[in-house]
Design a protein around this ligand. Sequence first.
Ligand code: SAH
Length: 355
Amino acid sequence: MFEVPPWEAGAEIIEFKPVNASGNAVAGAKKQKKKKPKKKKAAAEEANPKVNKTPGNFSYRQGGGPLAPPPESSDDDDDEDDGIRAMRKVKAGRIEKQRPPAQATKGGKKELKLKPELAQAAVEAMEATSSTTPAANSLASKLQSELLGGRFRYINEQLYSVPSRKAEALFRQDSSAFEAYHAGYRQQVEKWPTNPLNRIIKTIKKVPKTAIIGDFGCGEGKLAQSVPNKVYSMDLVAARSDIIACNITNTPLQAQSLDVAVYCLSLMGTDLNEFFLEANRVLKLHGNVYIAEIQSRFEDVREFVRCLSACGFDLVKKDVAVNYFYFFQFKKMRHVPKTTKLKAFSLKPCLYRKR
Ligand code: SAH
């Protein structure tokens, strides 16, 4: 039976446990004692170009770009992807846990000891030019799953801690990061009691079929496939040909062309006021906004409502009673020009943690 992982103190972190390709949970790394970062070692690593340390025969990180932090980013160790770090350290039998961005969490670098069999898998996966035995394949896929989880968490943190303009630039330079993000996201959804998108789909099925919908931050675009309405699906990367690749703060949609705007777990970034000013531009007067977000991201729901109000929206309904997710409906009551200067508004980041 599904068990909801408890929210941690501070309530912004939920547990993330990687799942391997066949859907089985990877043997979780046991809790390890915190270790102080070894500065000498870090300095030594800094001196060596990261790219040369990545094994050539392992295709995990082919993309390049900032979400696969480039070798020249040597001035900031925080920018380094933990997948790459894991690959580099794995031969030593240790895998280093990602360092959270300074603004999202406190604390320093933590390291995890890699389980011996996983360390072995890592070494084999890296050394084998072509692994032919089923055992080697399964070990390699275990390792890949670990790394995928690490990459998902890294990208997720980036999306929550930078302005959407920067997220757009990051994905533009490394579209493979989007696949990695959504592979991790799919695993995460399976751990939730429900997928909030299903509730949004139910809601949209009740609006007139002629209503024109915008799905802002559509991910893989399931909403468009689930309702009879015309849906403009938008995300930073187009996972399908009918999805519009754009920053949802600046869409190619015509002014006042939508009846409904949907944001399902897509209020990422540190400039949510820009999201809602764009919604105001593209929505018709009295058009509706439906929002689903993770409960623990809200410090003060009234602040959130105020942000939307400044962007021209009045609260119609809120469901903040349901565990895990909050749901809101707002209505556009007035036109607010995009050029309006508003204080930047963001919700708390939702960080997933390996366990
Ligand atoms: N709504 C989908 C996907 C949720 S994941 C679902 O419920 O299944 C959040 C999505 O929001 C990601 O795909 C991410 O790329 C997208 N997103 C976040 N900020 C964005 C922005 N500024 N512009 C476009 N998409 C954004």
